[in-house]
Design a protein around this ligand. Structure first.
Ligand SMILES: *Cc1c(COP(=O)(O)O)cnc(C)c1O
Length: 438
């Protein structure tokens, strides 16, 4: 059979393109990819520890950590080795059968965080969906709410992911507009406001309160010291589940293993600490795999998790041996390298140095955060391009950060950073801020 010229032409076009310049890579993404993001004009080609390199070989400090997914640093050698070894052995079986890594992973992660059971998923949004499903089912089968009536309380300015259910209770117009009809059964209340929560809890059909211990996407809104504890207690008094979405704040990011650990820096969960607020359901994602593989998890104790029975929930990839092995190793790295302690120590230094800039330069309004999840608010309107322009300048000076909500810059480096590197980064930020001071 003779191939037509047209067929030949198409076949040659299927060859993978090699990237030689940032410009070429950006043009390809622009032409062939959906425009669902607005990236800074930097094309990354390599990562190691706290560093990233672009296509042209320019080196940067990473100050975003893929939204806190690479707390362990880029291409951590131990996690990489675990991935390669498991990838050469067994990657996916589905849950139609048992596999020999899932059980050890489930034991490891439940002991690590102090829960009876885990339900493994892949992405953060899926884990949030899973928690919502568990909470509703628990509400009907354990609390006795009439079927179809369950309400879940959420906070203003929340970010829990991008599925149609989750965006239904978002207060971000961009995330919602023209994606309706929306899922019912959610009530939004102001964040960091226990009185508002107590009022919403008066409704007997409420089954859960879903909250971020620190609102990362919203601009690192850090609530009052006792907000989580008081919220959890208010929920408990009304037999309502307290669900912590620690997808961004968890795994040592905020200077303790979990943000709900309060002031505890131990590298393994413990309930002895007075500052600890145990959630009824804990949602993890992002850094649980150190940036190697999508892994997320929902943790709860038996009286809650046992509403899940065969056939009620699942995922083809959830709990696969590759993800399970990677996640176990990524959590071991967090513990062995004492990343929570380092995040706490460096976070303090970072905020101190940023506070000096805030005091000195009127272009900065304030710094806030906990551990190495911090944000600097630029003293300009959210509609201004100042924060964006600053991030472009920071990139030119070798530091990658991204603005959020117009005038807020989130600063969240990998937790393996050294004190010397952090000071180097603060020097870069100071240089750039100085340039913007009029
Ligand atoms: C990133 C994030 C999610 C969503 O995770 P994906 O893996 O992007 O689906 C949910 N909640 C919080 C707090 C997050 O930071």
């Amino acid at each position: 059979m003779v191939k037509s010229a047209l067929t030949e032409h198409k076949i040659t076009n299927f060859m993978m393109e090699t990237i030689n310049s940032s410009k070429q890579a950006i043009a390809l993404e622009d032409k062939y990819g959906a425009h669902n993001y607005h990236p800074l004009p930097v094309v990354l080609a390599k990562g190691e520890g706290v560093y990233l390199w672009d296509v042209e070989g320019k080196k940067y400090y990473d100050f975003l950590s893929a939204y806190s997914a690479v707390n362990q640093g880029h291409c951590h050698p131990r996690i990489k080795d675990a991935l390669i070894e498991q990838a050469s052995t067994l990657t996916l079986t589905s849950r139609a059968f048992y596999n020999d890594v899932l059980g050890p992973f489930e034991k490891y992660i439940t002991e690590y965080f102090g829960f009876d059971k885990v339900l493994p998923m892949n992405t953060g949004a899926e884990a949030v969906e899973t928690a919502i499903k568990i909470a509703r089912k628990w509400g009907y089968e354990k609390k006795g709410v009439a079927e179809g009536q369950a309400k879940i309380i959420v906070a203003e300015q929340n970010f829990h992911g991008r599925t149609s259910t989750i965006i239904s209770f978002s207060s971000d117009a961009n995330a919602r507009k023209n994606f309706g009809p929306y899922m019912v059964g959610f009530e939004r209340i102001p964040y960091d406001n226990v009185a508002a929560l107590e009022k919403a809890l008066e409704n007997p059909t409420v089954v859960a309160f879903l909250v971020e211990p620190i609102q990362g996407e919203a601009g690192v809104y850090t609530p009052a010291e006792d907000y989580l504890r008081q919220s959890a207690e208010a929920c408990r008094a009304k037999n309502v589940l307290f669900i912590a979405d620690e997808i961004q704040t968890g795994i040592a990011r905020t200077g303790s293993l979990l943000a709900v650990c309060g002031n505890c820096t131990c590298e393994r969960h413990c309930e002895r600490q007075a500052s600890y607020t145990k959630p009824d359901i804990l949602i993890l994602g992002k850094a649980i795999s150190g940036g190697f593989y999508p892994v997320s998890a929902v943790l709860a104790d038996d009286p809650i998790m046992d509403v899940i029975k065969p056939g009620t929930h699942g995922s083809t990839f959830g709990g696969n041996p590759l993800g399970a092995k990677v996640a176990m190793t990524a959590l071991e790295v967090v513990r062995d390298e004492q990343l929570a302690l380092n995040a706490r120590k460096l976070g303090k230094i970072f905020r101190e140095r940023m506070q000096l800039l805030v005091d000195k330069y009127s272009i900065l309004k304030l710094v806030r955060g906990k551990g190495l999840l911090n944000a600097v608010v630029v003293n300009d309107s959210p509609d201004s391009s100042t924060a964006w322009d600053m991030c472009v300048k920071l990139a030119e000076n070798g530091l990658l950060a991204k603005p959020t909500h117009g005038n807020i810059i989130r600063f969240a480096p990998p937790l393996v950073m050294t004190e010397e590197q952090l000071h180097d980064c603060c020097d870069i930020i100071e240089r750039v801020v100085k340039e913007f001071e009029k």
